[in-house]
Each structure stands twice: as structure tokens, then as C-alpha cells.
Design a protein. Structure first.
Ligand code: COA
Ligand code: ZN
Length: 308
């Protein structure tokens, strides 16, 4: 909901956001990032954050998170009793300045204040944008990412998300960085957040899974993108990701049919086609009628009662 809608030019009415979140709450997803408590001038699409947070029906067992860029955002989010404050900063200085108008050092200082404010009220997750590359600065050294994760851990933050903001990551890099983080902090709750900007989203998710990551951010229909990162485009598509894991025999706990039914509403909600593939093709379990006049030569493949 947050990454998905933040870049949309058309404001999705509050009641439609609420209905969609209430539908998502019934699909088995573990966490829903409902909105962001950012400046409404920076992100007009999510200017109704309080209203959405207050109107959704919270399902037991589902965590409701919201993006928070600063102390002001944390106060607003805590006022709405979010379960998790998703703090955001970038691994690269220029993207941090472009997105949040702060230096990384200023973001870290706000993080420390937010952690103190949230203690006993909400979980805190740190999302690290541009962790796999920055559209302004290019390569982001692995050492820089690890040293920022160390800063989060030192503050008492136990949940970290590595974000590939503009789809610059490749699977080999994802495998290395995720393994390095889990090797150093085995009990860290690590989430991977990929954008499919260069068609490597699912491959990156698979590489992260192989490295031991079992939490993924994704966006229904494959919407999403950071408005302050040039060329940004959609997240890995939730239903495509669930479909891939399910086809591989991984139990995601998510009801794919329910997800697809909600994904089908997305073009109507945002007013344009969405990138999701499984919605268009149907799941791989889908079967089509055998064309007229075509018969299998294998007796085992022939429908009962048919003749060669
Ligand atoms: N919620 C609502 N309003 C906020 C706010 C928040 N969390 N933080 C600041 N503001 C308001 C201030 O009250 C002030 O309002 P005013 O102009 O009416 O007086 C105005 O925004 C400017 O405040 P300032 O502290 O100078 O902020 P800024 O202009 O330097 O912007 C951010 C900083 C972080 C608020 C802004 O860049 C932002 O919201 N960025 C979010 C980016 C984002 O979500 N990107 C996509 C996700 S990765
Ligand atoms: Zn994102």
C-alpha cells in the first residue's frame, strides 16, 4: 500500500484504500505497510495516513506498519497505534538528501530519537534505501551498508530491510550482501525489498531466499517506486512472488486466489494497467481446453472414454 501508492499521480480515495487493506488482511499476509507519515507536500498520494490507519479493521496476527521519515512522522504514527514504525534512510548520501532533505547522519540522529519514543509502544524496523546501488552515486560499497546496519543494531533496532530502490541489484550481489548480513547478525529480522525496474526482481528474491532471507516486501499488481529516485518503477509484484514460491513448494501462508482477486481491482483503482504477470496469464496450475481435433498419442493422457 505504501510503496505501491506513493508514486501514483491519481489520489486513491481513502475508503478505497481501506477496503483494499481490509481485503489484504484476509489473505494470510504477515504484514501490511498501510501508509506513510511523511510530509503531505512530499507524498500527496498518502496525505490521508491518519484516516486510513484509523478506519482499517485490524485482523489478529497481521502486523500493520507505516513508513516514518522523522520524529514528526513517528509521533503521528504512534498516535494511530501502528504496530511497526518503518524508519527510512538511504545508504547513499545524495539519495538521502533528495528523498528526505537530510544527511544520513541527521537521519541516524532521528532514528535514535524515534527508537526512544517508540519503546514499549511499537516495533521499529529500519529500511535502508539504495542498499544495492544509488541512481545518483552508482555503486554502494557493501562495507557502507554493513556499517549502517551496525549503527541500527547498536541503537537496539532488531529489524532491518535492505531496499533496492531502483532495481540496480543483481542476484549474485543480493546473495553476497544478504549472506554477509545474516552471517554477522544471525538473529536480525531481515527483510528484502526489491524493485523490478530492470526485470531482476524475482531473481533477486530467489537469491535472497537462498541466502536465508524469508521475509519479502512486495506490492500488489507490481505498483510502486520512490518519487525522489529518477527512473524508479514498481516493486516485485506480491502475487507473482507468492506464485513463484508456491510453485517451488514453499509455504508462504498466503492465499494466492484471494490475492489475485484483489490484484484484479488494481487497474480500476489507479486508472492504468499494472505490471503483474500472473494476473494476466493465470497461475501455472491453469489448464486450457484441448484444441478441437487434437488428441494425445499417450493413452495415459487421453481423457477417460476417448478413443485414439
Ligand atoms: N508529517 C507531516 N508533515 C511533516 C512531517 C511529517 N512527518 N515532517 C515535516 N513536515 C512538515 C513540517 O511541519 C513543515 O510544514 P509547514 O511547511 O506547513 O511548516 C514542512 O513539512 C517542512 O518541514 P521540514 O522539517 O523542513 O521538512 P522538509 O521539507 O525538509 O522535508 C521530510 C523532510 C522528511 C518531511 C520530507 O522530505 C518527506 O516527507 N519525505 C518523504 C519521502 C518519501 O516518503 N519518499 C518515499 C519513500 S522512500
Ligand atoms: Zn521501494
Amino acid at each position: 500500500m505504501r510503496d505501491g501508492f506513493q508514486i501514483e499521480p491519481h489520489f486513491v480515495p481513502t475508503e478505497q484504500k481501506v477496503a483494499l487493506i481490509d481485503g489484504l488482511s484476509r489473505t494470510g499476509l504477515a504484514k501490511i505497510e498501510v501508509t506513510s507519515f511523511t510530509s503531505p507536500k512530499a507524498i500527496p498520494a498518502l496525505a490521508d495516513a491518519e484516516a486510513v490507519m484509523r478506519q482499517i479493521a485490524r485482523a489478529p496476527g497481521v502486523e500493520y506498519a507505516a513508513l516514518v521519515p522523522n520524529m514528526r512522522g513517528a509521533e503521528r504514527a504512534l498516535g494511530c497505534k501502528v504496530d511497526e514504525l518503518n524508519l527510512v534512510m538511504s545508504a547513499s548520501e545524495i539519495h538521502n538528501l533528495a528523498n528526505l532533505r537530510m544527511t544520513p547522519a541527521q537521519s541516524l540522529a532521528q532514528f535514535a530519537e524515534v527508537v526512544a519514543l517508540a519503546a514499549g509502544h511499537a516495533q521499529v524496523n529500519a529500511s535502508l534505501s539504495t542498499a544495492f546501488g544509488c541512481p545518483f552515486e552508482g555503486d554502494v560499497p557493501e562495507a557502507a551498508v554493513l556499517s549502517l546496519v551496525q549503527r541500527f543494531v547498536d541503537m537496539g533496532i532488531g529489524r532491518v530491510t535492505l531496499c533496492d530502490t531502483t532495481g540496480m541489484a543483481n542476484p549474485a550481489q543480493v546473495g553476497r550482501l544478504c549472506a554477509a548480513v545474516l552471517d554477522r547478525w544471525p538473529s536480525l529480522v531481515l527483510t528484502a525489498h526489491f524493485h523490478d525496474t530492470r526485470a531482476m526482481g524475482l531473481a533477486n528474491a530467489l537469491a535472497a531466499l537462498d541466502a536465508g532471507v524469508d521475509r519479502f516486501d512486495a506490492s500488489l499488481g507490481g505498483l510502486g517506486g520512490c518519487p525522489f529516485a529518477p527512473g524508479a518503477s514498481g516493486n516485485v509484484c506480491t502475487e507473482d512472488l507468492v506464485h513463484m514460491f508456491q510453485a517451488m513448494g514453499c509455504d508462504t501462508g498466503v492465499d494466492l486466489d484471494a490475492l489475485l482477486a484483489l490484484a484484479a481491482q488494481m487497474p480500476g483503482l489507479v486508472g492504468h494497467a499494472v505490471p503483474g504477470q500472473v494476473l494476466k496469464a493465470g497461475p501455472s496450475t491453469r489448464r486450457h481446453p484441448v484444441p478441437e481435433g487434437v488428441r494425445s498419442r499417450d493413452p495415459q493422457q487421453r481423457p477417460a472414454g476417448s478413443r485414439a
